[in-house]
Design a protein around this ligand. Structure first.
Ligand code: GTP
Length: 597
């Protein structure tokens, strides 16, 4: 155990975590040149395209240092707030963390939030000043920032470049010298922490774990504490570039486990693995069931594809335990599913995977967060509102609560004004303002989650000219004045266009929605009135004027082939449209509420 080091890399997005991880793997000969591939750890197609690490992984390196052989386990952490729970479990599996800071960008919001997570878990922090090869690098100033943040000596900050490989040897030396070896009792009852799992269609779910006490052996009967299920450890091993089966994985080490589990939801990140016959009495703290934060309806464009959509969603859920869905029906769209996601990025990923991997064309309705509603009749009975149609009638409604977050924003001092205005517009309340340096300020706000899941991040980037970073965590439910804004087309309410909005913004947004829909819905043979309403009260109105001419009219003269071509073209254009009553609505209309500015 004394020669094992478990560490993770924490960084703000794009500060070079994946690139540096690749350099470590090369330097320790964990990957050969032939296997070398950019951003090796991001092996899902989507991940690579988006340039973000969506799922955490682990990899083991062997490294000889001063005549001794060391085992270094690098546990990768995802960089996006949607996946912050996974970050926290990866961090809990380590004794040390490389804190990567971009030498041009300095400390950003996720640098700090990840650092706090690492400090909460008593990790040894090794600060790394990365990208020092950049002409725009500011090594002295950024080192000062890091020293100010950590209270360390400037000499402790390692200068490095993932691009050129500079400093990599020093990083490895620091990992060995500064990160403590794991503690734990190798002879105690098995206690292992699940920090990740990956679905493999051939082998079932692969569970990644860190052994705290005892050992996990091939063939052993084990138990997952939170789910209380027992399995046989069909295969255990260490994670190199490929999986290396072993007879056992001992206290302090990291490995994978295959038990033949076929559904991702049976393996819960944060759960404890123990021996079924001699279970540990201690469970590892901090287990949480991952809760979806954003809900939206997903419907097939073609109503005949409902069953196919169900099958596709079930398959997706097998390998993504954080996706939840229940059937729902909409008067406008027919049968579909109400789905829960970790955040907007997760929603986009699922939508994209449905289209790419399953060839489904779907319509996604206006997303909303989850609210708690109470009626006058049963004021103590909480109703979970994941769908606008679940909100009780205004006259029967006692109160509503909505989820709040603590947001942390780091920006240049020049932009404090615009950032504050934006947060106040988004119903934020400032709780703290700290000057990290004379140039850089950290602002803390309590804000409703609903205000940030949609366009907040883009707006923040705009008002700060790109110089603001942002992170958040949930802080519970608070009272809210929530209303449901319904949209009527041609006098008919279209349930799939309803949105849950705060009273103070409902009128403005209702009006903008009508304007936007007028532009998005194609003209038809008749006038279409668009109205926004709260209950029976109309709050806004627009009209889509009727088409004046038949589109095929200019093909008079009977060139039938040309006419057919035009009609074919129209048909294609219709693909992403849904006929609601007698009005055709394109997909963008359902998401219009998200992009009103
Ligand atoms: P996420 O996984 O999205 O959090 O990003 P990351 O932190 O892993 O960053 P990544 O390694 O993907 O690097 C982000 C960008 O910075 C890429 O375009 C890299 O090519 C570039 N980059 C990384 N390290 C260096 C470096 O040392 N010097 C220079 N000049 N560019 C670098």
């Amino acid at each position: 155990m004394k020669n094992i080091r478990n560490f993770c890399i924490i960084a703000h997005i794009d500060h070079g975590k994946s690139t540096l991880a690749d350099r470590l793997l090369e330097f320790t000969n964990t990957i050969t040149d032939r296997e070398k591939q950019d951003q090796l750890l991001d092996n899902m197609d989507l991940e690579r395209e988006r340039g973000i690490t969506i799922k955490s992984h682990a990899i083991q390196m062997d490294y000889e240092f001063e005549g001794e052989q060391y085992v270094l386990n690098l546990i990768d952490t995802p960089g996006h707030v949607d996946f912050s729970y996974e970050v926290s479990r990866s961090i809990a599996s380590c004794e040390g963390a490389l804190l990567i800071v971009d030498a041009a960008q300095s400390i950003q919001a996720q640098t700090i939030s990840n650092l706090y997570l690492a400090l909460d878990n008593d990790l040894e922090i090794i600060p790394v000043l990365n990208k020092i090869d950049l002409p725009s690098a500011n090594p002295d100033e950024v080192t000062d920032d890091i020293v100010g943040l950590l209270g360390c000596d400037p000499e402790e900050v390692i200068h490095a470049s993932g691009k050129t490989g500079f400093g990599v040897e020093n990083i490895l030396k620091a990992i060995i010298e500064r990160v403590p070896a794991p503690k734990g009792n190798p002879d105690g009852p098995l206690q292992a922490l699940i920090f990740d799992s990956v679905y493999n269609s051939y082998r079932g779910v692969e569970t990644y774990f860190r052994v705290i006490n005892g050992e996990i052996k091939k063939g052993q009967k084990i138990k997952f504490v939170a789910t209380d299920k027992e399995y046989f450890a069909d295969e255990v091993g260490t994670l190199k570039l490929t999986q290396v089966p072993k007879k056992s994985i001992k206290a302090g080490d990291v490995g994978y486990l295959i038990t033949g589990i076929k559904t991702a939801s049976e393996v819960k990140v944060g759960d404890t693995i123990t021996d079924a016959l001699n279970p540990t009495q201690e469970i590892i703290e901090g287990f949480e069931d991952v809760k979806p934060m954003v809900f939206a309806g997903i419907y097939p464009v073609d109503t005949d594809e409902y069953e196919e959509l169900r099958a596709s969603m079930e398959k997706l859920q097998l390998n993504d335990a954080s996706l939840v869905f229940v059937p729902e029906s909409s008067a406008a769209l027919g049968f579909g599913f109400r789905c829960g996601f970790l955040g907007m990025l997760h929603l986009e990923i699922i939508q994209e995977r449905l289209e790419r991997e399953f060839d489904m064309t779907v319509i996604t309705t206006v997303p909303n967060v989850s609210y708690h509603a109470y009626t006058n009749k049963y004021p103590d009975n909480m109703i979970l509102v994941n769908n606008p149609t679940d909100l009780p009638e205004p006259s029967t409604l006692n109160r509503v609560e909505e989820p709040f977050i603590k947001a942390s924003i780091i920006t240049k001092s020049d932009f404090v004004g615009p950032v504050m205005s934006l947060c106040i517009e988004k119903r934020g309340e400032i709780t703290n303002q700290t000057y990290l340096t004379t140039e850089r300020v950290e602002l803390s706000f309590d804000m409703p989650l609903s205000e940030i899941v949609f366009d907040f991040y883009d707006r923040l980037k705009t008002v700060s000219k790109g110089y603001a970073s942002f992170d958040y965590h949930p802080i519970g439910f608070r009272a809210s004045k929530l209303v449901r804004v319904d949209i009527l087309l041609n006098g008919q309410p279209v349930d799939a266009l309803s949105a849950l909005l705060h009273d103070s913004t409902a009128y403005g947004i209702g009006k903008k929605m009508c304007e936007k829909l007028r532009k998005l819905i194609p003209r038809q043979q008749f006038d279409i009135p668009i109205q926004a309403a709260i209950g029976a009260k109309i709050i806004a109105r627009e009209t889509i004027k009727a088409l004046r001419k038949d589109v095929t009219a200019k093909c008079y003269g009977g060139d039938i082939s040309r006419k057919r071509k035009l009609l074919e073209k129209q048909k294609k254009g219709k693909k992403r449209m849904r006929l609601v009553g007698n009005v055709e609505i394109p997909q963008q209309a359902f998401m219009a509420v998200l992009k009103l500015n």
